[in-house]
Design a protein around this ligand. Sequence first.
Ligand code: FES
Length: 163
Amino acid sequence: MSETQATDTGRVAAVLARYPRHDPGDLVNILHDLQAEFRYLTETALQEAAAYLGLPPAQVYGVTTFYHGFHTEPRGEHTCTVCMGTACHVRGAPRLLEQLERDTGVAAGGTTPDLSLNVEEVSCVGACAIGPLVILDGDTHGHMTADDLSRLVTKLLDNEGRE
Ligand code: FES
């Protein structure tokens, strides 16, 4: 076992220890916690969660595909989500997404190769009055223009590169 695998196994064990009942009913919560720990659900995490709960691995994998929010591929450190709901759409959201895709070289749903940024799109988030909007790492930025978005993301990734 490599050092990384051993570390991952320890981190998985620490998450599982929060659920001492070994109750299969805790599976979704466990997967959420594991994803928060690793930013995505690693192979090791899924296998160990299945063993811990006494569930067939196929059942655990099934849950990851059923719920939209689970990721089984490596995820970027930051996430930029463009709202593509109707109100944002008519106010220019497609131009925002195109700009973001151009700036990052990644299509919606993808992650930059250096794992710095996830590019996402979403339907209405209930803040139509300030559309078009993007959500960057949980912060909502309304009345966005393609230039604003470009500056925002470039600044974030430049700062990242300097750290
Ligand atoms: S359509 Fe974007 S917030 Fe409602």
